[in-house]
Design a binder for this molecule. Structure first.
Ligand SMILES: NC(=O)C1=CN([C@@H]2O[C@H](COP(=O)(O)OP(=O)(O)OC[C@H]3O[C@@H](n4cnc5c(N)ncnc54)[C@H](O)[C@@H]3O)[C@@H](O)[C@H]2O)C=CC1
Ligand SMILES: C[N+](C)(C)CC(=O)CC(=O)[O-]
Length: 498
């Protein structure tokens, strides 16, 4: 498996640093961490646990092997040999300058340096650096391991090639890098958030609404719209058939009416902070922080999956992430064609279990389906092949459940070709655990189709060539005794005599 970078370093492992560490590690990249907090390791481990749970629920492809996370007492040790360094220390310019000086003294000269800063401009961060050109702002959103956007901001001193490379690395870990055209305080996202935050503080201060009522306004209305269409596209529709211009003519003047206190910031007195704190406790105090994080993550995952179904917005980022993971899962060395092909691995997460505590039925088919996809990718069915209107459909399946597959079981699926003709491939999968015990088997008939014409069609290169190359070896493997057998007929009990 080849990685875009060998090693990342994260300086600061708090809320945001922990999220970056999880993104790198779950993408298979080794991460070296430096954070002087006495409980940094525990905090990062907890974020990692949450991220693993979230990725297992979100992804339709198995996560590959994780990168190694190591903790270092000194910053110098952590950044040594790192290709990409992400700084996430508290939002204080003097502290960030000290950290960058220490990074410059110890890092490789070509290492990229991203800052998670919510508000500082890259030119402010670069002041005093010997090589400012490789430093940029890479501002993420919490939770970093799920929310895909990263605002990538350079200054006039930044190196264009470094920014391009940073975007490639961020895409590789499943993010959506957005190049901010000009540096500006608080970038784009936080300027928008600050506007809503400022108005919300006024509304609470003036007793117009509680924290819960404001959150309800957001989550039952425009928050739903913003996850999928943002502001301008939503308002374009709100302009009706007359469109955006009509929308502006109608609502533009409202900005001058006394609707807002936009330029004015309420003073954050102790009384206001306590009022907000008390209302927030009343709103959410029944949940622990970890519970709230899980609720948030599950809701976000549902949104991503809905958007993926519609091939839209952040759903497209998820699809691209899954495609990359599928590519990475292709073994570096070609498997022995004369043995069952171990092309797919998965670990059983807790949410795959049924009321008996075993992997539930449809997950077996999911694992076998993923194994079939891995086999098809192995013989050359890639995006280009499918894009040309050719694909493979499963037309018949026979599954056998042989063991009680429990949570955390590391599964490997071994695939054997049982035969093929011009349009069909008959395959057998054997699902085994780490000790080699067979958990289940599946036999499938696959049909090659012309998806545009909607009918079966002969396979084409490279499928034909790769199958021809595989066939001599696969043919020599004895077909299992159960292959081709239907479910046994068990008849009916004799009717009881009246
Ligand atoms: N919390 C948020 O919602 C977001 C924060 N950010 C930005 O991310 C950065 C970090 O913020 P958070 O993670 O929220 O803060 P945090 O307080 O949760 O974490 C900061 C971590 O840095 C560590 N630290 C302090 N001095 C250090 C040093 N010299 N070397 C290494 N580690 C050190 C602390 O021990 C702590 O674990 C800030 O620049 C912030 O503006 C960006 C996006 C969102
Ligand atoms: C509050 N905040 C400025 C730290 C927020 C961010 O920077 C982004 C986010 O995750 O909302």
């Amino acid at each position: 498996m080849s990685q875009i970078i060998t090693k990342a370093a994260c300086i600061g492992g708090g809320v945001i640093g922990g999220g970056w560490i999880a993104r790198f590690a779950l993408s298979g990249i080794d991460v070296a961490v430096h954070d002087p907090h006495p409980e940094a390791r525990r905090i990062v481990e907890e974020v990692l646990e949450g991220a693993r749970r979230a990725w297992d629920r979100m992804l339709s492809v198995p996560r590959g092997p994780e990168g190694r996370v190591t903790f270092h007492d000194t910053l110098a040790e952590a950044v040594a040999d790192a290709d990409y360094i992400q700084e996430s220390v508290p939002e204080r310019l003097d502290l960030k300058h000290k950290v960058f000086a220490a990074i410059e003294a110890a890092a490789r000269p070509e290492a990229l340096i991203g800052s998670s800063t919510s508000g500082f401009k890259p030119s402010e961060l670069q002041a005093g650096m010997t090589h400012p050109e490789r430093l940029f702002v890479a501002h993420p959103f919490n939770p970093v391991y799920l929310v895909p956007l990263v605002e990538l901001v350079g200054s006039p001193a930044s190196d264009e090639a470094a920014l391009t490379r940073a975007a490639e690395i961020q895409r590789e870990i499943g993010m959506h890098p957005l190049r901010v055209r000009k540096e500006i305080d608080a970038h784009i996202g936080d300027r928008l958030l600050e506007a809503v935050w400022r108005e919300s503080l006024w509304l609470v201060k003036d007793d117009v609404a509680t924290t819960e009522e404001i959150d309800d306004v957001i989550r039952y209305s425009f928050g739903l719209r913003w996850a999928q269409m943002g502001l301008f596209e939503t308002y374009r529709i709100a302009g009706g058939e007359a469109g955006m211009k009509h929308f502006i003519e109608q609502f533009g003047p409202a900005l001058e009416w006394p609707w807002t206190k936009l330029m004015d910031v309420p003073e954050m007195t102790d009384a206001l902070a306590t009022k907000i704190g008390d209302q927030s406790d009343a709103q959410s105090g029944q949940h622990s922080l970890r519970e709230l994080e899980r609720i948030r993550d599950d809701n976000l995952i549902g949104i991503f999956q809905a958007l993926k179904q519609n091939d839209w917005g952040a759903g497209q980022t998820l699809s691209a992430m899954e495609a990359r993971m599928r590519d990475r899962a292709v073994p570096a060395e070609a498997p022995d064609p004369a043995a069952p092909l171990a092309l797919h691995r998965a670990t059983v997460p807790a949410e795959w279990l049924d009321y008996n505590g075993h992997m539930t039925e449809h997950r077996y088919l999911q694992v076998f389906g993923d194994a079939t996809d891995a086999f098809l990718a192995h013989i050359g069915m890639d995006a280009g092949y499918m894009g040309a209107g050719r694909s493979v459909y499963t037309v018949e399946s026979h599954l056998r459940h042989l063991a009680e597959t429990g949570p955390g079981t590391a599964l490997t699926v071994r695939t054997t070709v049982l035969g093929h003709d011009a349009k069909r491939i008959r395959i057998h999968h054997e699902m085994v655990d780490a000790a080699g015990q067979v958990q289940a088997t599946a036999e499938h008939m696959l049909m090659h189709v012309d998806t545009k014409a909607g009918r079966a069609a002969p396979m084409e290169a490279p499928l034909t060539d790769r199958l021809a190359a595989l066939s001599p070896g696969q043919r020599g493997i004895a077909a299992p005794g159960h292959a081709g057998r239907p479910i046994r007929d068990i008849g009916w009990p004799e009717p009881e005599a009246e």
